[in-house]
Design a protein around this ligand. Sequence first.
Ligand SMILES: Cc1ncc(COP(=O)(O)O)c(C=O)c1O
Length: 411
Amino acid sequence: MYSSWAIEYRGLEPESDNAILQIRLSGLTAVIIPFNKPFIAGKELYYIAQAVAFGNIAGDGVYTKRCARILEEQFGVHRVLMTPSCTAALEMAAILCEVGPGDEVILPSYTFVSTANAFVLRGAKPVFVDIRPDTLNLDEELIEQAITDRTKVICPVHYAGVGCEMDRIMEIADRHGLLVVEDAAQGVNAFHRGRALGSIGHLGAYSFHETKNYICGEGGALCINDERLVERAEIIRDKGTNRQQFFRGAVDKYTWVDIGSSCVPSEISSAFLYGQLEMLEPISKRRREIFESYAKHLEPLASEGLRLAAINVFPTRRAVCPAQARQRRRRNLAVDRRLWVSQPRAKVRRAPDPEGRVSPRSLGLARDPRLLGQRRLPLAHQPNEREFGHARHTQRSRCAGRRRQPAESQS
Ligand SMILES: Cc1ncc(COP(=O)(O)O)c(C=O)c1O
């Protein structure tokens, strides 16, 4: 159909802050704004060279420990264990919550696959609860009606770093004796009513994937706010062995004691990440500038059908002093003891999958029609006037196209 086409990528021009992918089809040029552009703070390569010079590039060396300490101190988390991804942290959380076949986990209907996969891998059933139209986060007022005697965990997701209504969610979880795992993949250094996302639930998970606020290519962290979970978490993270106890001199040799996996990140990744985490505030400031640029340029489209971010005021960050952090940890520990009383298990109810497995298909997941009007916008890339002009043009043509279509073909 098309006589000629060409793709030109202009993303690596050092002098330009802009990365443009141009696709030319039969003389027409489409400009695609990239989803993200990795932000380099400056000292990442220096720290990697240091890690190599220290002679330990496997895991849990100087930089992995430094990263964990920054996260604990800045965000008031009882214990942080660095992981190779947020997915790995969520999978560890699912093991720590002791979910299995017959158990149910409440999740938002709009999230990334890892949130559901982590629990499905343990045999648990994800129960999807609708999201709020304003923040696209789990609707806290719909949670209670989804709780059954098989529910074990609530897993709120802080979409785009905007905090869920955690006070209400914790109160519901407390009343029903449930655990809360915060999927804070997108919420590193984001705060909800003065508390860091990831520091509020019993467990939390961060992502340092290239598309996130702070990056190291692929990376993550498990936040443990309930100290009773720390020892088992260390074992699960280190292939089911008590190697950490061995390093502390608590046992004379290490051995296989539990299920687990390989969830320790390499020092190379941690060294890179340290270069980012020591720049928490400058990176956050730059992202805010980019956000404001989007808000300013896209605001005129709101009246033409583009849904803008519901929250355009950044939640303020309160500095966490060590005393505050200690107080928060105590509050996090003051959970209802009922949590650890095992729930009566009803007969295992399987989703209607021909092979009896729980899968997205067996759950009959449908696309939320409210999301069809959403545009995926880059998070860490500041477009220039031309790119914004292109985005406005595309949005206008899509809106015009939708208006022309008959209602039944829009779903
Ligand atoms: C909400 C959410 N959870 C989990 C993940 C998985 O993170 P990772 O790529 O670090 O495993 C992502 C990544 O996009 C995410 O957005």
